[in-house]
Design a protein around this ligand. Structure first.
Ligand SMILES: CC(C)(COP(=O)(O)OP(=O)(O)OC[C@H]1O[C@@H](n2cnc3c(N)ncnc32)[C@H](O)[C@@H]1OP(=O)(O)O)[C@@H](O)C(=O)NCCC(=O)NCCS
Length: 220
């Protein structure tokens, strides 16, 4: 599936499939109100550390009101792209932006991946899709409140923007601004290589072997 087609489907609430660098297949689509139980369960399976990093405070559960807010998204002011395991329906992660009221070209961003699925490239993939959604909704910058020890999220933000700068800070939390860059050719190439590797894109066997080797070498 082309990037334009993927972006179109996600923008209209459709589901798209993607392949992680270890070959795992996932589904991505916008959260819906009916996803509240899946989101609650995913939250309950997060480690205390991941919850602290996501909410910058200790948090044991999401209230009904929070669940409603987090799943009732319109795609323009508030977008939330969720990844799930197509084999089990389990929720694996969410990338979300919420537009700032007083600066509508800026949106606050947050990404969460359940602990068992971290370090497999899922956070990067979700963020890339979210950047595309944000750009097509006229958002030019992401803002993020990040705990100063959250190197994972900082690394992740680097994939989303050309510039990242701390704009404010205090009590172990920094606010970063990121100019959203076009993910461009590198993402197209990576998607094509993965599709060739898992057989979705049909190419002659020898070429497929070469593409798989190239994808490994480039860690795509
Ligand atoms: C931040 C988070 C979403 C990253 O998700 P992920 O799926 O593990 O991210 P990726 O696998 O795509 O990793 C992207 C890059 O981030 C860096 N990274 C990931 N985890 C890291 C860690 N624990 N420490 C340092 N760097 C890390 C690496 O550079 C990695 O690239 P590499 O795998 O090629 O080396 C995940 O760690 C998470 O959910 N954390 C808890 C919630 C949170 O902090 N959210 C951010 C609040 S705004």
């Amino acid at each position: 599936m082309t990037r334009a087609r993927t972006a179109h489907d996600l923008a209209h609430g459709g589901s798209v499939s993607a392949v992680l660098r270890d070959g795992a297949r996932i589904e991505i689509r916008r959260l819906r109100p009916s996803d509240a139980p899946v989101l609650r369960s995913a939250f309950e399976h997060l480690s205390a550390e991941s919850r602290r990093l996501r909410f910058i405070s200790s948090k044991d559960q999401l209230s009904e009101r929070e669940l409603r807010y987090l799943t009732d998204v319109d795609g323009h002011f508030h977008e939330a792209l969720a990844a799930s395991d197509p084999r089990t329906g389990e929720g694996l992660g969410v990338a979300r932006f919420i537009r700032l009221q007083d600066e509508p070209h800026v949106a606050e961003v947050a990404v969460t991946v359940i602990d068992e699925w971290q370090h497999r490239g899922l956070g990067t993939l979700l963020l890339e899709r979210l950047v595309e959604r944000a750009r097509s909704e006229g958002i030019t910058h992401f803002s993020a409140l990040i705990s100063s020890d959250n190197t994972a999220m900082l690394e992740l933000l680097r994939v989303a923007g050309a510039e990242i700068e701390p704009v404010a800070g205090g009590a172990g939390v920094l606010e970063y601004r990121t100019l959203l860059a076009d993910p461009g050719l590198a993402v197209d190439l990576r998607d094509a290589l993965r599709s060739a590797a898992d057989g979705t894109l049909r190419v002659p066997t020898r070429l497929r072997e070469l593409l798989v080797a190239l994808a490994r070498q480039l860690r795509l």
